[in-house]
Design a protein. Structure first.
Length: 296
């Protein structure tokens, strides 16, 4: 008789998973300074000290500070846990999600330099237009402020942001030609649409402007003079004898037009000057005509 024995064999196995620790620390914005140069940590512009635009040209504003991440920041975006620092500079009520516009919304990415193993210094540079919306008294948006919002993002798409508020000064400024030259005319000649002078005015500030027009008689170097009644202005390209052409006055007259600050509308206006020469006049005739900007 044969006997068979069964031996139970028990096999066991072990599985080992080696994992890499995920970065978990969120980023943060330590501080924000709105100032006049890169990597400067002086708060130049704020609610008490408004940003004053340049007349007719851009003015650079710098926003600087520090950002942090506990997972390590390296020395640049390439070798740390931060992927970018962004600045959004905008008028309060248009919001952080605004579309870039010279009147009320600016966006840029910032540069960084090392500070410590968990902190980077950042600096953001933006050229602000002279028509950026005013938030000061008398301006177009006096009940608002401007926000300098700094947004930092890490490599796991975690975001942090912080805001510094400041004011945009009201700037009443127009580009006004310094001379008005009718050229050579003959006695008793009155200007037409071909010989009148277009006087181009250009918005160079962020305040809506109206115009005050005035003038005086012109004296001539050889003989006679040109009375003030013989000098006229109009808002359209018409001749001296057109009813739309208005005689100058020694008292400033409100032209009744406004130069706005919206880049979608256009930032220039023209006045058209006409003149009629008397029968007795000769030489070079000169006088003073004035165009003054005034808040609309």
């Amino acid at each position: 008789m044969f006997k068979m024995s069964l031996v139970a064999m028990i096999f066991s196995s072990a599985f080992f998973i080696v994992g890499q620790a995920l970065a978990t620390s969120p980023p943060g914005v330590v501080d924000i300074f709105v100032t006049t140069s890169a990597y400067s940590y002086v708060d130049t512009y704020n609610v008490q000290n408004p940003f004053v635009p340049n007349v007719g040209i851009v003015k650079t504003v710098y926003v600087n500070g520090r950002v942090t991440d506990g997972d390590g920041v390296g020395t640049s975006f390439a070798d740390g846990d931060l992927s970018y620092v962004e600045l959004r500079l905008y008028r309060e009520f248009v919001g952080s999600g605004c579309t870039t516009d010279v009147n009320d919304c600016y966006k840029t990415f910032c540069t960084v330099t090392p500070n410590s193993s968990t902190v980077l210094n950042y600096s953001c540079t933006i050229d602000v237009s002279y028509i950026a919306d005013s938030t000061m008294s008398g301006g177009t948006h006096a009940n608002e402020v401007w926000n300098a919002e700094v947004i930092v993002k890490d490599d796991t798409d975690q975001l942090a942001s912080s805001i510094k508020t400041f004011e945009m000064q009201t700037l009443l400024a127009l580009g006004i030609p310094t001379t008005l030259d009718f050229g050579t005319l003959t006695r008793e000649q009155a200007t037409t649409t071909q010989t009148n002078v277009e006087y181009l005015l250009t918005q160079q500030g962020n305040d809506v402007s109206s115009l005050l027009v005035s003038g005086g008689a012109m004296s001539c170097s050889v003989n006679g003079s040109i009375p003030i009644a013989n000098l006229k202005w109009s808002l359209t390209d018409v001749a001296f004898d057109n009813p739309a052409s208005t005689s100058l006055s020694g008292t400033p007259s409100n032209v009744g037009i406004s130069l706005g600050t919206d880049d979608d509308v256009g930032l220039t206006k023209s006045l058209y000057y006409n003149i009629a020469l008397p029968a007795v006049v000769s030489g070079t005739c000169s006088g003073t005509m004035s165009v003054e900007a005034t808040p609309a």
